[in-house]
Design a protein around this ligand. Sequence first.
Ligand code: C2E
Ligand code: MG
Ligand code: MG
Ligand code: MG
Length: 289
Amino acid sequence: DADMALYRAKASGRNSLRFFDPVMQLEINRRSQLERKLRDAISLHQLELYVQPQISSDHQYVGMEALLRWHDPVEGFISPADFIPVAEASGLIIPLGDWVLRKACQILAEWSKVSGMENLTLSVNISPRQFRHLQFIDYIDSCLKELEVNPNHLELEITESLLIEDIDQTIERMNALRQRGLRFSLDDFGTGYASLSYLKLLPLNKLKIDQSFVRDVLIDVNDEAIVSTIIALGQSLDLAVIAEGVETHEQAALLENFGCHVYQGYYFGKPAPVAEWQKIISEIRAVHK
Ligand code: C2E
Ligand code: MG
Ligand code: MG
Ligand code: MG
């Protein structure tokens, strides 16, 4: 087999046979290189936080999602879908996640003084390893206090992967944060392995329909069934529902028909620097005055 070179390795004095997979080795090299670059990027402040609006069916901006952007001077744009797993595996997600949380609180502190922005929630993605970190709650407390942020405006997006282990600790931590006024949404809902019975145990505020179901909702009857079921589930569990990845008016109209009234996606606006969205929103307000 051309891809699989069988070779003999003398490891710790014993003869052992190993399969060497060059493709896997390439992936390992790529990851460790990315890890080194990410470590540098964090200390050189090469990462930026973009925001993408969340809009209600009555055309109000209700919130924004904070999304990391990494522009490498040599390689160009590197996707969070590539570097977040590396950050999670290496532990870099702790300093990175702390930076995102502090930045998010700075943004909220600024919005509280800007007409038209003062009621927006800011959603922040939280990785499982970050959520489980011992200092997670203390860190949030110190950011909120230092920057004088209303905790009601900070929403944490968690995923079903958080529910795979230590569900009791997850619920306990969520409750502690809910008591402070923070909100929780379950991101990428429907793509994980969590049992539906967890949904009623978790102190959630919102379900976020994964974009993979929204993409073909108009042409795939299975996706249509999944989307309408998630919306009905949200209604019966008294959870807000938001659809992500909405790219067309027709998708939004169908979602609205099914009873989903908040959307996020390219049709309503792409992720962009905070200043850009702030400008757009204040211009809209000026027109409506
Ligand atoms: P996510 O939290 O599910 O974020 C939604 C993703 O969908 C974002 O990708 C966003 O840019 C993209 N998106 C929004 N609207 C549309 C649309 O209409 N069509 C399509 N095709 N895509 C749309 P992005 O920014 O590349 O982020 C990918 C993932 O990386 C996020 O998925 C999230 O899981 C993770 N991520 C991003 N920022 C952070 C962060 O600060 N911390 C952590 N832990 N994870 C992050
Ligand atoms: Mg998200
Ligand atoms: Mg998502
Ligand atoms: Mg996603």
